[in-house]
Design a protein around this ligand. Structure first.
Ligand code: ADP
Ligand code: MG
Length: 480
């Protein structure tokens, strides 16, 4: 039995969230009436000239710098010719042999360790429209999406499993959201991916024949489609056959792929430099500006949370998954004071009670009724023993409901923890005197009854007694 190794390279398309299209003044938004967002350039009317959207160039540079690519000072637009109703001009404006970004890498956590996948290039291009094929002989064309600027991120064939490919996709989504250049929403099609998949006997250097899977439009399907393709190729090879080099379409409903075209009749796109567009220039000023606008990137941020602030990797990964969660954490920590102890307490609250409450109300961290500042205040009250951990849970619930600060709630409700030794002793005596039978049983060796007395004491003090002191005093008095 041969042991097969999976080899995957991804081509990811990111729709850039610019105000207008790549080469014309129309805006774009998802889900509006068909053909309401077009203009003469999109329609390919004769005599129209494209002008390139400077914002899209800045976004591409931002992505390239964040992914460690080298940025070409002068890149070039090329025409990629094909005939399809979603492309009235008869060609797509793309980049061919002089893309804006080359090299670079995508970094992500794989099994709790930093991992990286090399990039071949990132180039700019325009999106095509959308065809809808109806039953019978009718097809509809919606050109709203046509002309939306895209970055195509091409990876080296470095990925070795469907799971790794899905993690890579999530990292791309995370990055574009950190950079604020795209929503990265696969369901709405502003993040899409084609997966190139092959298998080879483990240990072989030569790659196998690859199949390109198109039309993968959710994170779940990235993994499913690749797993399915690997099984298909393995079956063919184990039966002594050869895998045909082809493009296949993933059918999510059927859970399988269907052949679209073979590489033999692959399109000849007749690429040539677009004579309507000058070379695309990235000036030193733009480079500097964009560099200065980069946020702390997800992987660096995760490593800082783990190594400098001592959070477990799983906490660091979850907190840095979305920039707004990471920002919430950093703000709360700044307010509370940057210690490892505070970091862990804030992380626990964020990933526990706060996440739970936000999920239940469908809110994001940015919309949290408990602000980073008030979470920091709560953590401080626990840390300086003003309130016990148990009371803190109730205070937190009240903060969520009312939006009041922790201090205000603690003061209003008189929840300050009792740490006065005399007061605690008095309460303990009261509880013991009220339960002489249990006290006797305890003294006769039934030590498990200590829990009962702690419970009674908490009832007596409305949960405010310092738990450690309460335990000690009860033990001492019951031992007398
Ligand atoms: P094309 O332009 O025909 O799509 P490219 O050479 O640009 O082909 O490669 C596209 C993608 O295919 C890249 O992401 C690359 O890593 C990947 N790829 C190339 N060869 C293989 C292979 N044998 N198995 C898996 N992926 C591959
Ligand atoms: Mg391709």
């Amino acid at each position: 039995m041969t042991n097969w190794e999976t080899v995957i390279g991804l081509e990811v398309h990111v729709q850039l969230g610019t105000a207008t299209k790549a080469f014309s003044p129309s805006a774009y938004s998802y889900g509006v009436g068909p053909n309401t967002l077009t203009d003469p350039v999109i329609l390919g009317l004769p005599g129209c000239l494209p002008t390139f959207n400077e914002q899209a160039m800045r976004y591409a540079v931002k992505l390239g710098l964040a992914m460690g690519c080298s940025i070409r000072q002068l890149s070039r637009f090329a025409r990629k010719h094909y005939f399809y109703p979603d492309l009235p001009k008869g060609y797509q404006i793309s980049q061919f042999d002089e893309p804006i970004c080359e090299g670079g890498k995508v970094e992500f956590w794989l099994n709790d360790k930093p991992h990286s996948v090399r990039l071949t290039r990132i180039h700019l291009e325009e999106d095509a429209g959308k065809n809808t094929h109806q039953l019978g002989a009718t097809s509809l064309v919606d050109l709203n999406r046509a002309g939306v600027p895209l970055c195509e991120i091409v990876s080296e064939p470095d990925l070795r499993s469907a799971e790794e490919a899905a993690a890579y996709m999530r990292a791309v989504r995370q990055m574009v959201r950190y950079l604020g250049i795209s929503e990265g929403n696969m369901e709405q099609g502003n993040l899409r991916c084609d997966a190139n998949v092959s298998i080879r006997p483990m240990g072989d250097e030569k790659y196998g024949e690859r199949v390109e899977l198109k039309n993968i439009n959710s994170f779940r399907f990235v993994q499913k489609a690749i797993e399915h393709e690997v099984r298909r190729q393995t079956r063919i090879k184990e039966e002594g056959g050869t895998v045909a080099q082809e493009t296949r379409l993933w059918d999510a409903n059927a859970g399988m792929s269907i052949s679209m075209r073979s590489k033999e009749d692959a399109n000849d796109y007749r690429y040539f430099p677009d004579p309507d567009l000058p070379p695309l220039k990235v000036t030193d000023e733009v480079m500097t500006e964009v560099k200065n606008s980069l946020p702390e990137l997800p992987m660096q941020r995760g490593i800082r949370l783990h190594e400098t602030l001592g959070l477990p990797t799983s906490d660091a990964i979850t907190i840095t998954a979305e920039i707004e969660i990471a920002n919430y954490f950093d703000q709360a920590l700044k307010e509370a004071g940057e210690t490892k102890k505070n970091a862990k307490m804030i992380s626990n609250w964020m990933l526990g009670d706060l996440s739970g409450a936000l999920n239940a109300s469908g809110k994001s961290f940015a919309e949290s009724p408990v602000t980073p500042k008030s979470l920091a205040e709560l953590v401080e009250l626990i840390d300086n023993a003003t309130i016990s951990g148990k009371i803190a849970k109730d205070v937190f619930a009240k903060m969520l409901a009312s939006g009041d600060s922790a201090k205000a709630i603690v003061e209003k409700e008189g929840l300050v923890q009792i740490t006065d030794a005399g007061a605690i002793e008095e309460a303990c005596r009261k509880v013991i005197n009220a339960n002489p039978k249990q006290a006797e049983q305890y003294r006769n060796g039934k030590e498990a009854l200590l829990g009962f007395f702690v419970g009674q004491l908490m009832k007596e003090t409305r949960g405010k007694a310092n738990p450690k002191m309460a335990n000690e005093v009860l033990k001492k008095l019951l031992g007398e």
